[in-house]
Design a protein around this ligand. Sequence first.
Ligand code: AMP
Ligand code: ZN
Length: 110
Amino acid sequence: MSDCLFCKIRDGEIPSTRVYEDDDVIAFNDISPKNQLHVLVVPRKHISTINDIEETDTALIGKMFLAAKKIAADAGYGDGYRVQMNCGEKGGQVVFHIHLHVMAGARTAP
Ligand code: AMP
Ligand code: ZN
């Protein structure tokens, strides 16, 4: 997707603070963190919303959670964290390339 913010971050066209990457996913700090740890886990493949996930993406979605687990543990929050994925405008989704919010620690924003 040429006009997708997270595709541009994936391709290095827009800067980000990357905390994890592998062949399938990348992860970077949220620009407006709501908690001390607030990382976005993003598949390299462009998928717009949860509603666009297909059967063939099943392993990829699992890998997003494995990345979330590792990121939380490496940041010292392995004993407690939250993950969230919003779907659609009415569900609070702003960037239409699926991403898992991984959040832990004290709140830093309302
Ligand atoms: P959502 O509302 O679930 O679509 O979440 C989008 C998230 O992307 C928000 O938490 C934003 O703070 C975050 N965000 C927007 N632009 C950037 C950016 N350039 N780098 C990192 N995070 C971003
Ligand atoms: Zn994209």
